[in-house]
Write a protein that binds this ligand. Sequence first.
Ligand SMILES: Cc1cc2nc3c(=O)[nH]c(=O)nc-3n(C[C@H](O)[C@H](O)[C@H](O)COP(=O)(O)O)c2cc1C
Length: 229
Amino acid sequence: MRFSVRECIPQNQVRRMTDAFRATDEFAAQFDSLLVWRRDVRRFKTDLLEPGLLEELIDRACLAPSVGNAQPWRFVSVESPDHRNAVAESFERENAEAAKLYKDEQAMLYAELKLAGLKEAPVHLAVFSDTETPLGSGLGQQTMPETLVYSTVCAIHTLWLAARTRGVGVGWVSILDPRVITRTLNVPGNWQFVGYLCLGYAIENHDDPELVRHGWQERIDRSKVLFRR
Ligand SMILES: Cc1cc2nc3c(=O)[nH]c(=O)nc-3n(C[C@H](O)[C@H](O)[C@H](O)COP(=O)(O)O)c2cc1C
């Protein structure tokens, strides 16, 4: 499924109030459809992304909200085969450790899950949060310094949605040792590792999560997450 809103946000274009965004019913319906079809993708074709598409997605991610407008997200495109191998080895090691936590049927099910598309995905992005950025002058972070990382997660989700509108799947890999990622990519000490993203074209598209399809975890509904006091 492809969405046809490729250029819904012009790059480097400041809009005036008179151009204010108004969602049509059709856009709202398409946006809902985007949310339903977003998916965490682990099964990728090896086809490369079109030139410039990664940069376009990063530009969209940078439209995310951030505490104090600190924009702490830092993206590292991991391109060297040596670096990719180091990441894949970390995943294999950590996944083997994680598998030991489960017993019996759940252990068998875990072993069958595909939890990363590191070998096939043409684009690897390591995402960090700059914990010492001077941008934003600390506004909003005094009581909750973790809001910098929350801001970086907002950027990841923005990128995830933007990628999907362009037919690109994203898979978030967290079964990694952050120390290995930080050391391998030689990033500044004040960059906190947040997530490792695989990007590429999905082999198949689904409107339900892989972990639901494979019987690991059902979705819960609103009655379990909305509370009133
Ligand atoms: C913070 C975070 C970490 C995740 N880590 C992994 C991971 O290491 N491996 C994996 O296969 N999926 C990972 N996922 C994807 C989730 O499994 C997926 O989002 C969830 O099962 C719901 O499926 P959906 O994203 O397709 O709706 C992660 C997602 C998030 C938000």
